[in-house]
Design a protein around this ligand. Structure first.
Ligand code: PEP
Length: 246
């Protein structure tokens, strides 16, 4: 039985006062039986770690460097994330693939760097609308995951995978539970061919998950929770999604 995981991705939102209010409200709203985490912008990691002390909600970051350390201005290493208490780091989010031209191999290298420091990478895969309409969904997500499998080899079982159709992120369009499950099943099969741990691995769905569609999505056999963007910025909405995963 896989424990459901709900992860908030704050993206580039927030400020110290708003974050404190959000984290305070989340504290009041818990506990949940699902595992819950928030991936916050780098500057707020330390303060968020303090605010989460003794709480159920786990800390995560939104990206990491593929490098260990060195002259890489502006980058943040996974060793630093580990040092700050991060349990998770999102890698390969479609916004980074699109706006920062991150390749499948770079995403895989970031996942490897994270694992080397005990930080669980949440590896995002997903197709664009054009790719879906061209019937390329499976080809795209399998190609993205294959790079990670090839790079991590026997460690692939340690990652969390997130299927995030690009056309559903921040658009209000959600994949139907059936559409999402179909892709999750494809990804599970690919993982099964690569790892004995595949059946214990969590595959999250992300893309306009809201309080009113979360339960149906999370009820699908291969959907093990969610990666939540916009709705993670409102404590009541995020808490309701966490409840839907219970
Ligand atoms: C995301 O940022 O990963 C995401 C899924 O965003 P949203 O929930 O806003 O679509």
């Amino acid at each position: 039985m896989r424990k459901k995981l709900v992860v908030g991705n704050w993206k580039m939102h927030g400020n110290r006062a708003a974050n404190a209010a959000l984290l305070g409200a989340l504290k009041e709203a818990g506990p949940w039986t699902a595992e819950v985490a928030v991936c916050v912008p780098f500057p707020y990691l330390t303060e968020t770690a303090l605010a989460l002390t003794g709480q159920q909600v786990l800390l995560g970051a939104q990206d990491c460097s593929s490098h260990e350390q060195g002259a890489y201005t502006g980058e943040v290493s996974s060793a630093m994330l580990s040092d700050l208490g991060c349990r998770f780091v999102i890698v390969g989010h479609s916004e980074r693939r699109a706006y920062h031209h991150e390749s499948d191999q770079l995403v895989a290298d970031k996942a490897k760097a994270a694992l080397a420091h005990g930080v669980t990478p949440i590896v995002c895969v997903g197709e664009t609308l054009a790719e879906r309409e061209a019937g390329q969904t499976e080809v795209v997500v399998k190609r993205q995951l294959a790079a990670v499998i090839h790079t991590l080899t026997h460690c692939i079982g340690e990652i969390v995978l997130a299927y995030e159709p690009v056309w559903a992120i921040g658009t209000g369009l959600t994949a139907t539970p059936e559409q999402a499950q179909a892709v999750h099943a494809v990804l599970r099969k690919q993982l099964q061919a690569a790892s004995q741990k595949a059946d214990a691995m969590r595959i999250l769905y992300g893309g306009s998950v809201k309080a009113d569609n979360a339960a149906q999505l999370f009820a699908q056999p291969d959907i093990d929770g969610g990666l939540i963007g916009g709705a993670s910025l409102k404590a009541a909405d995020f808490a309701a999604i966490c409840r839907a995963a219970m």
